[in-house]
Unconditional design. Structure first.
Length: 552
């Protein structure tokens, strides 16, 4: 086990192990049914170190409010012929946890319920103008039986297969009575209004389980489609009405998982994961001082974010995207607005360029990623380092010791590295910064907006680092590209990626009961040449994925 002595407020080991891991070569304690080949002893042993628990535990039951993206896709699947306003635009953003939409942060409150109700009102108004988009009983002369059947079908789909017969009857009775009282257009609009503002639409149920804790088929199917693609079954070409058809056997369930993973919506969610994991800011959120970086205009900010999204779309669009597709490439789609950041001639249109391999290596060297962790007036190397420690390598890190002044001295003629080293090489700062600083220093060649540079404040930049906390052994290098390549090939990076993927997709932190599935995710990733989709397949195939336990 690799350990590091951390300073006050920062005590801990780089990873935990209690010696209780599964035997080398095992598939991870039964955490997955993904059918992956057995791990090599070396891979299994390292997975044991990071995820030693063998007792898989089902997560607690919960109701999960749909995120804004999920609301959009669900409403679109329910009303495919109508032009609908976006919930992402209509509703305020939910609170984030480590830049992710955690399930316990998704709720209704005075700040977002009124916008949500207004969003539903706008949808209902569209329905009133075209009631046949929901209920088309013209052939029966709008007979009561047809109206009731259509209302039940709409609610059953809106609630994604979970309503009881009694609920369906109540909605149908409400609708047929309203048709008689106010006419078909208004009654249909009212049906949509009360349906979309009901918990059955706005929330996803992870509560209805049998005595063994297994979710009912409708909940299990939703768990697959929303977890992997932020979408209801209908978006993927499945039916909420007959969920058992897709879960009848282990083979059928695996086929369903693979169908969802192959969907465009699943790849879109994967891109959202990377943007959230990398904490890429929106163009109006960078906060870089115009007085210091006047060239970083709103147009440039928009261009670098667009470049990152285009990069992710291109690399993740492959049939089986690998992590190396994102971390090892030296190509990117560069536009005229941002060409100066790369020191190249501005192309007339966005062009796929080969970047200098001595300066650029994959997604971590894209200007938008770099600038998202800079500013407002400097490179903020400590901030960059903390991001790598917490989000890229998952090293435990506490808060600065109480009472410690964290401002850097304004030393004339000194690089930012020198200013940082002048205050972080002694106790109580040295413990944490022995881990933080190397990740910041390896990026010092990039200025706050992502340009390559060789001097800072008139002094030559020193990007050299030396670390001894990787499983692979000590590393010393003066090449930022080599440092980045080493870190992203390390076991610590790979296990952290498993954790981050798990947190984003499940909307919660991992517990010891999740060790078997995380073990399998890491094994499948390492065993499959860093196949990202294999990790998601392992997650959705885990024995605990479709089970819930009573809240303790």
């Amino acid at each position: 086990m690799v350990s590091v002595a951390l300073g006050a407020g920062c005590t801990g080991t780089l990873y935990r192990t209690d010696g209780s891991g599964v035997a080398p070569g095992s598939p991870g304690g039964g955490g997955s049914n993904s059918g992956s080949p057995p791990a090599t002893p070396a891979i299994a042993a390292m997975a044991d170190e990071y995820f030693p628990g063998t007792a898989a535990a089902a997560p607690p039951k919960r109701l999960v409010r749909l995120s804004r993206t999920q609301l959009d896709l669900t409403a679109k699947a329910l009303l495919p012929t109508l032009a609908l306003a976006s919930a992402r635009t209509a509703l305020p953003a939910d609170p984030l946890q480590t830049n992710y939409e955690y399930a316990d942060n998704l709720s209704f409150n005075p700040a977002n319920f009124t916008p949500f109700a207004s969003w539903v009102d706008a949808i209902a108004a569209n329905v009133k103008a075209a009631p046949q988009s929901v209920v088309d009983c013209a052939a029966s002369g709008n007979g009561t039986a047809c109206l009731a059947d259509k209302a039940k079908a709409f609610v059953r789909t809106a609630f994604r297969g979970t309503p009881t017969d009694a609920q369906l009857t109540r909605f149908a009775d409400f609708f047929t009575s309203s048709v008689a009282a106010v006419g078909l257009p208004s009654a249909t609009a009212d049906l949509v209004d009360v349906t979309l503002t009901s918990p059955g639409f706005a929330y996803r149920d992870e509560v209805l389980a049998d005595a063994s804790g297994l979710l009912q088929p409708a909940q299990h199917l939703q768990q697959i489609t929303y977890t992997l693609a932020d979408a209801p079954p209908e978006t993927i070409g499945l039916s909420s009405v007959t969920p058992s058809d897709y879960l009848a056997s282990a083979a059928a369930t695996q086929k369903t998982i693979d169908q969802v993973l192959a969907s465009p919506e699943a790849r879109d969610k994967l891109m959202r994961f990377f943007l959230a994991w990398l904490e890429v800011k929106e163009p109006d959120q960078f906060g870089l001082a115009a007085s210091v970086f006047p060239e970083f205009t709103p147009a440039v900010a928009a261009a670098v974010v667009d470049e990152t999204k285009a990069f992710l779309t291109r690399q993740l669009g492959k049939a089986a995207p690998k992590m190396t597709d994102l971390t090892e490439t030296t190509q990117s789609l560069v536009s005229s607005a941002e060409a100066f950041l790369y020191g190249v001639q501005a192309p007339t249109a966005p062009t796929l360029l080969d970047l200098d391999p001595a300066q650029r290596l994959g997604v971590f060297t894209l200007p938008a990623v770099i600038a998202s962790h800079s500013g407002p007036t400097t490179t903020r190397l400590v901030k960059r380092g903390v991001f790598f420690v917490r989000k890229v390598m998952c090293v435990p890190l506490g808060q600065p010791p109480q009472g410690v002044d964290t401002t850097l001295p304004t030393t004339t003629g000194a690089t930012e590295r020198q200013r940082i080293e002048s205050v972080t090489t002694q106790s109580p700062c040295s413990g944490c910064h022995a881990v933080i600083n190397p990740f910041g220093f390896m990026q010092e060649n990039f200025d706050a907006i992502g340009r390559w540079r060789t001097t800072d404040n008139g002094q030559p930049i020193d990007p050299s680092i030396s670390v001894d906390f990787l499983d692979e052994g000590p590393v010393t290098t003066s090449s930022p590209v080599e440092a980045l390549r080493t870190f992203t090939h390390s076991w610590r990076f790979q296990q952290c990626f498993a954790r981050q993927l798990f947190r984003f997709y499940t909307g919660r932190d991992e517990t010891s009961g999740d060790d078997p599935v995380l073990h399998q995710m890491l094994v499948d990733f390492a065993n499959g040449g860093e196949d990202i989709v294999a990790m998601l397949r392992a997650l959705a195939s885990a024995s605990t994925f479709s089970r819930r336990a009573e809240v303790q």
